[in-house]
Design a protein. Structure first.
Length: 143
């Protein structure tokens, strides 16, 4: 996975570091379409980089996200944030339950329709590549 990382990072004006390479590899190795927390990334990365600290993992994930290489699911400061590699071929949106933390994917067509309506109302162009809608699932709402 990290064989393309140098090109991607340098394209964003960023240096290639061992931390960035390991973290990118870990996120890229996720099975299916799961997302990892920063803590889960740290737990896997520290065996490959023994001196690594969790603050470096957070900074690296933020850098990779800012460079458009990693997607975030969740809202920073409002709970658990999860990360996955950005795949422009697989744009998707999530529903994330605040109660049980269930994660459901929703059809992108629904989000694109909403984005067109928002744009028609105020000219704002919504980035629909990877959206997360927090809320409460039916099971948690039923109590």
């Amino acid at each position: 996975m990290s064989d393309i990382l140098p090109t991607l990072l340098r394209g964003q004006g960023l240096r290639v570091t061992p931390q960035r390479a390991v973290i990118y590899d870990i996120i890229g190795a996720i099975e299916g379409h799961a997302h990892l927390t920063a803590q889960e990334v740290y737990d896997q990365a520290r065996s490959r980089l023994p001196g690594l600290n969790v603050a470096t993992v957070y900074r690296t994930l933020e850098t990779l996200h800012g460079a458009g290489l990693v997607d975030m699911m969740g809202t920073p400061g409002a709970g658990e944030v999860r990360f996955s590699l950005r795949d422009p071929r697989r744009r998707h949106a999530h529903l994330l339950c605040r109660g049980c933390r269930a994660e459901l994917e929703i059809p992108l067509e629904v989000v694109e329709r909403m984005a067109r309506e928002v744009s028609a109302l105020n000219g704002f162009e919504v980035d629909v590549d990877h959206l997360t809608f927090p809320g409460v699932c039916g099971k948690c709402a039923a109590g």
